[in-house]
Ligand binder design. Structure first.
Ligand code: MN
Length: 228
């Protein structure tokens, strides 16, 4: 078998403390997973119906990478989120079994063209151009469960140009990591290599060219980069 055209390389994320890379299969994201962010967006918290969307795997930008300011927006927003990397997948995964599928954790930004998202919401249109654009997923190195365990009630924060923008702790998530994996696996067959963005707290705001961002999952992972 030969490819008809040259295939693209798999999107990869470095695994901290190793010379290995984690090959990304898909990127899933949950929306409205912190009540304070749902409220600031004028949305209602719904504990029964999680909102999922996706980004392309090649939207990944690894730590210390420059993030080009995207076209077609005047309102690029940061959303700091814990990310979960799966070693194994499945369908209809039980909450009690869900954490066994996790390989590693990190921190990332769910970059958002907020102006396009607000238009999409008002018209009932899909979110793809607001969420799934090129370089919309800067992520830290991944830290293995075997090294750090499962992060519990630790801090998640983002500063931009040294100024704190978003700050919470993981205990404020409406759907836990295990519950997110369970709910996602009802809609999709999860697979090894899947990355999950677990939602953002309040404080989402503008990013501009030249801004430096520093995201942190306290004591676990850091992500730095620059908008160019
Ligand atoms: Mn988000």
């Amino acid at each position: 078998m030969t490819y008809a055209i040259a295939p693209h390389a798999n999107a990869c994320v470095p695994v901290a403390g190793t010379d290995m890379r984690f090959p990304v299969h898909r990127i899933y994201c949950i929306g409205r997973n912190y009540a304070d962010h749902a409220h600031e967006m004028g949305s209602v918290v719904d504990r029964k119906n999680p909102i999922f969307f996706a980004k392309p795997a090649d939207a990944i930008v690894t730590s210390n990478g420059d993030v080009p300011y995207p076209p077609m927006t005047n309102e690029l927003h940061h959303e700091v989120e814990m990310i979960v990397a799966l070693a194994t997948g499945g369908r209809d995964i039980a909450v009690d079994d869900a954490l066994e599928h996790v390989y590693a954790y990190g921190v990332g930004l769910d970059l958002t063209r907020r102006d396009l998202q607000l238009i999409a919401k008002s018209k009932g249109n899909p979110w793809d151009t607001a969420k799934g654009f090129d370089c919309s997923a800067p992520v830290s190195d991944l830290h293995r469960v075997r090294d750090i365990g499962h992060p519990d009630c630790i801090g998640l924060r983002l500063s931009v140009n040294g100024e704190m923008r978003q700050q919470t702790e993981l205990g404020n998530m409406l759907f836990s990591v295990a519950e997110i994996i369970h709910e996602l696996s009802r809609f999709y067959e999860l697979k090894s290599g899947d990355l999950i963005f677990t939602g953002t707290p309040a404080g989402v705001a503008l990013l501009n060219r030249g801004d430096h961002f520093h995201a942190e999952l306290a004591g676990v992972a850091t992500l730095e980069g620059r908008i160019i």
